[in-house]
Design a protein around this ligand. Structure first.
Ligand SMILES: [Zn+2]
Length: 203
């Protein structure tokens, strides 16, 4: 849509929406235009929900998962006495914790808020690393599972944490790599296949 046809308010809204993951500029413009068709009370409710995000939702004091601040400083995982506190799974972002939680994982989490990436200006000071070091140093912590991504920055971040948290009695583990369940073996990339062969299990 040409800029001339866009009122200022619509353009500003599209600009904000375009920052959402998966929404490019054109999709954001379409979403903004679709909102024009909403009834005024529906738009008001959306605005109220957006405004309450910063007031009602914050980061868990321990693990940095999002939490309902009206219910306390701890997220549902940290507040649940049935969760295994001896195991901390380290993830870069909340979205990476979602599939782990869906898998039935019963340990706790630590959200870093990114991965080390010197070229993008992300150093140790920009991540939640000191709080992780402190949590992993507590006697009840027996294992830190490094679930950072498998690219170079993710691997470097895992290596940094392994060095930061290393102490006698603490296991540092990494998510296994290999063949996804249900994958077509003929289309598996060679790096994943090499890892699957190197880490093969006895049948
Ligand atoms: Zn928490």
């Amino acid at each position: 849509m040409s800029r001339e046809l866009q009122p200022e308010a619509l353009r500003r809204l599209a600009e904000s929406l375009s920052r959402l993951p998966g929404l490019g500029r054109r999709s954001a413009e379409r979403a903004a235009l679709a909102l024009l068709d909403w009834k005024p009370d529906e738009l008001k409710q959306l605005a109220e929900r957006l405004a309450s995000l910063s007031e009602d939702v914050g980061n868990c004091r321990l693990c940095f998962l999002p939490t309902d601040l009206r219910k306390g400083e701890l997220c549902p995982v940290c507040a649940d006495p049935r969760r295994d506190r001896s195991l901390i799974c380290v993830v870069e972002s909340v979205s990476m914790a979602v599939p782990i939680e869906k898998s039935g994982y019963r340990g706790c989490y630590h959200v870093l808020g990114g991965k080390l990436s010197p070229l993008d200006g992300v150093g140790p000071g920009q991540l939640h690393l000191e709080s992780l070091r402190q949590r992993s140093a507590e006697a009840e912590c027996r294992e830190v599972l490094l679930a950072t991504s498998t690219d170079i920055e993710g691997q470097a971040t895992a290596a940094y944490i392994a060095e930061l948290c290393a102490r006698p009695g603490l296991t540092l583990s990494r998510l296994a790599q290999g063949i996804p369940i249900g994958a077509d073996l003929s289309h598996t990339d060679s790096a994943s296949m090499a890892m699957a062969i190197a880490r093969r299990n006895q049948f």
